[in-house]
Structures are given as C-alpha cells and as structure tokens.
Design a protein around this ligand. Structure first.
Ligand SMILES: Cc1cc2nc3c(=O)[nH]c(=O)nc-3n(C[C@H](O)[C@H](O)[C@H](O)COP(=O)(O)O)c2cc1C
Ligand code: SF4
Length: 487
C-alpha cells in the first residue's frame, strides 16, 4: 500500500518554517545564493531578522534563485563507468513503462531471487558508504538491521537534502524516483522490513509529486505493496513531506518528525538500527546512497569496488554552484584531484579566481587553492580540516568577505539549531550577533574562540560541530582577514 502522509500537529508548528508549503514567490537565502549575490554586487537584506528564511531551493546552479525560477542543471559523467547519471543525462524518466523498458526492474528481480543474505553481502563487498555525509558503510548498516530479531522493521529514505549548495538528491528524486523506490524495496527485502518511509523536503515540491506518482505506478504494477513481483514479500511505502527544518535531515530528528514528535536530535546509542522509527530497527539511507544499489546488484560488487580510491569506493555525485563557469551535477570517481573537478570540469570561476570552497555545504571546513591537489576521498579531505559531506560544492570569489560568510553561516546554524544543547543553542546565536555589521564593535576574539571550542566539544550533532569546523577553518586559512574583523 502506498500512502502520502499529511500532518497537522498544531503544537509543533513553531518548529517548522513551511507549515503551509512553499510560497509561490520566495527568495532563496542559501549559501550559494549568498556568495552569488556578493559576486554580482547585490546588496543583501539584513540577515539577523528572525526565523523563516528558506535556506536552499536546490537551484544553486542558477543562483541567486527564487521559487519562480525554473531550468535544469547540466548533468554529466566524468567517471570511467557511470553508476548513476548516465541514463539520466538527456532526460528524466517519464513513466514506469520507460524505466522497465530500459532495465526491466532487473535489480529487484535479481535481489528477490538471490536471497536476503547474498544481497547484503553484495552491498558489503562493494564498499559502498553512505552519501548523506558521514560515509558510514551501508552494508554494515543493513547487516545490523537484518540481525535484529523484531516483528516490525523499517526502511527510511532521507530526502531532506538540507545542506545549502546541494541539489544532487533533488535531481535524483525528480529524474528517477523508480530506482530509489526499487532500492528501498531491495533494502526492505534484505533486512526483513516491510514498511518504508520516504521523507522529502518541502522545498522540493516537484520531487514530492514525482515520487508519489512513481510509487502509485509501481503499486498498480505489482512492484510495491502486497506480494512484490509474486515473491510473497510485502512492502508498503509512505511518502512524508518535510516542513522546512534543516535539522530534520539528521536521522534521529527525521524519525521524530515522521512520528509527529518535536524533531530534536536524540542521543545515540541506541542507534536507529536497534531502536529507530517508532522504536523499531530501522535502516535510514540517503537518496544518493540508495541510487547506487540497483547498479551494484545488476553489475556485481567487483565492478563497483574497482572504482574509487582508498576506503572511498565507487563514484560520487557533486553539485557545483553558479559561480563556476560550468555549474551542474557531475558524477566523478573517488580519487579525482579536486583541481580537476574545480578547473577542468567546473571551468574555474566566472569572475576572478577561487578564494575558497566549501565541499560539504556551509557546516564544513573551507578548502583553499593550496589544498586543491587533495583527492576526492573522505579521509584525504578530513586531513585538511574540511569534510566532503554530501558533496554540495560552493566556491566563492574575492568578493565574499570571510567575516560576512561567518555571519551568514552562524545565522543559518542559529536559525536551524534544534536547541537541545546549550553550546549550540547559545553559541551559534552569539557568533551570528558577533559578526553582524551593526554589532558595534562587540567582537571579542577570546570570546569567539571559546564559543567555537564549546561548539566543537559540547554539541550532540553535526550542526554544532560543523559550525565549529567552519569557524576553525576560516580562522586557520584566512587568519589575517578574521583577525581584522576583531580590530
Ligand atoms: C545536522 C545534520 C543534518 C543532516 N542532513 C542530512 C540530509 O539532509 N540528508 C541526508 O541524507 N543526511 C543528512 N544527515 C546525515 C543523517 O543523519 C544520516 O547520517 C544519513 O541519512 C544516513 O544515510 P547514509 O548512511 O546513506 O548516508 C544530516 C546529519 C546532520 C548531523
Ligand atoms: S548540536 Fe545543535 S542541532 Fe545538534 S542536537 Fe545540539 S542543539 Fe540540536
């Protein structure tokens, strides 16, 4: 059975900014739009004016953007073998019939005949790591849920894609929802879960619409719901639209949001694999992670793990912001040097040169040109004090001042903090205030450093620690510019 969830819990309305959906005329306040405005010399509306901004519409390829803007990004493959984008480069799938015509739903068919254990082994041996940010091995996650003895288990697709600068998942959900639903069913079969939830952010209304339609088509053709492909396996899917809260991308907050509770981050353990959605063992995977599954099942783990570098196997989708000569979504093999991505694929900057790059959205460290020989690899990037995150790449030029960027990122973090830990609740707001132009010289370097220190050590989740990572890298890599803010 396929359902689209509607929620109307009055008490929680204050937590979300898009309770009534996306307005027809709204400007995006995300980081790609922020740096594009700077580059084009567009003055910004003052940031510290309260909660309610839309932080990313997933249109960073044509930033600055608004809800009225349309258009599609450039999509291309630069890896030796394309795992994800090749069939999608020219067109989105228009119907289930077309999807079946091209691949016959062959991954699901193969998975159902391979048996549960073999499916999990394939994913384990492929070396696939979660693409949502943390890079956790997908096979281990699936194996943990499969081992749990429970009558009810769930599969959750994380389609919240909250990182400003990232529009990878939006494109995957709009262009090929069939493959994602196929993956969720394969996962459900492998781990023994018969219910799935697809959580999709409100800022992507087209993705929600396409996903719901695709699920209906798949149900009426016998791929979803009762007796999937006459295998005896049942899998029900509920599509849950988000309501405009960044923290709902964090897995525990996301599950509380589906349950209709206040979407605060929970302490782990217990992990979602043991006690997740509604207290049941749950696999929660990012959209792009799921997009890799059908190819791995169809082509085998060897073909997949032969691509990549170090512990980062396979390929990664990256989205490049509008300041690149060639903004777009690119599939790149892990191990590719960053300068190849920024200059050969991205074509460098439209105006001036690259001053810095945030690879994993605003809540990650900045990388500077001297570090661009680094390879695209989770571990190599970590060594520079930055993170790959989800791969929403935002490059900025000389027109973006580091003090302004610190204010923008801290304001974003302050508005999106779930408020559970004190260093994050107070520290992000304090940093945002400090860097405001009208702060009347209240900047205090020692205070800045102690706030950052508390965020790094006292935050429960990646929002607070990501803010600290960003601030530390700004301080380390643009020390003169940051110190000038305090004079
Ligand atoms: C503040 C915060 C925001 C997050 N936002 C997202 C998100 O928008 N999408 C996503 O897939 N994962 C997001 N994550 C990571 C998820 O918590 C989780 O690790 C991921 O969905 C697991 O899937 P994966 O193993 O396939 O990557 C976020 C994490 C944090 C700490
Ligand atoms: S670090 Fe911030 S967003 Fe994360 S749990 Fe703590 S208060 Fe919430």
């Amino acid at each position: 059975m396929m359902r689209a969830q509607t929620r109307s819990n009055q008490e929680l309305k204050s937590f979300y900014t898009l309770n009534n959906g996306l307005s027809e005329k709204a400007k995006c306040s995300g980081t790609a739009c922020f740096v594009a405005d700077k580059s084009m010399g567009i003055p910004l509306p003052h940031q510290g004016s309260g909660h309610g901004r839309i932080y990313c519409l997933g249109k960073c390829f044509r930033a600055p953007a608004s809800t009225e803007d349309s258009g599609v990004p450039r999509i291309a493959n630069f890896s030796r073998k394309s795992v994800v984008v090749e069939p999608l480069m020219n067109h989105p799938y228009q119907s289930l019939e077309q999807y079946i015509h091209e691949n016959g739903m062959s991954a699901l068919k193969a998975a159902l005949s391979m048996g549960q254990d073999s499916v999990i082994s394939e994913i384990e041996k492929s070396g696939l790591r979660g693409r949502g940010g943390a890079g956790f091995p997908t096979g281990i996650k699936w194996r943990s849920v499969a081992r749990e003895k429970a009558d009810t288990k769930h599969v959750v697709m994380n389609g919240d894609e909250g990182d400003p600068g990232s529009y990878i998942d939006r494109f995957l959900m709009e262009y090929n929802p069939y493959a994602l639903i196929e993956s969720m069913i394969i996962c459900g079969y492998a781990v023994g879960a018969s219910t799935g939830y697809a959580y999709i952010r409100a800022e992507y209304p087209e993705a929600i619409r396409k996903f719901v339609n695709a699920a209906r088509e798949m149900e009426s053709s016998g791929f979803l719901g009762k007796d999937v492909m006459r295998s005896g396996f049942h899998f029900d899917l509920t599509v849950v639209p988000g309501k405009g809260s960044y923290i709902c991308g964090e897995e525990t907050a996301l599950m509380r949001s589906i349950e209709g509770q206040r979407p605060e981050v929970s302490v782990r353990p217990p992990y979602p694999t043991e006690k997740g959605l509604f207290g049941n063992p749950t696999v929660i995977n990012n959209v792009e992670t799921l997009a890799n599954i059908p190819w791995i099942i169809r082509n085998g783990h060897d073909a997949y793990s032969e691509l990549g570098y170090g512990k980062s196997r396979g390929t990664k989708l990256l989205s490049l912001n509008s300041l690149f000569v060639n903004p777009g979504i690119y599939e790149v093999e892990f191990g590719t040097p960053l300068d190849t991505i920024f200059y050969d694929i991205g074509g460098g900057m439209k105006h001036g040169s690259i001053k810095g790059v945030m690879l994993g959205g605003p809540l990650s460290g900045i990388m500077v040109p001297a570090e661009f020989k680094t390879r695209l690899d989770y571990e190599e990037i970590r060594k520079t004090g930055a993170s790959l995150g989800h791969g929403g790449i935002i490059a900025f030029d000389e027109s973006t001042g580091i003090g302004d960027l610190l204010e923008h990122v801290a304001t974003f973090a302050a508005e999106e903090s779930c408020g559970k830990c004190t260093p994050c609740r107070l520290g992000t707001a304090e940093l945002s205030r400090m860097f405001r132009k009208d702060s009347n010289g209240s900047l205090d370097y020692a205070r800045f450093q102690s706030d950052v220190e508390s965020l790094a050590n006292g935050s429960l989740c990646g929002l607070g620690t990501g803010m600290a990572e960003f601030a530390r890298s700004a301080e380390m890599k643009f020390s003169q510019e940051v110190r000038l803010c305090f004079m």
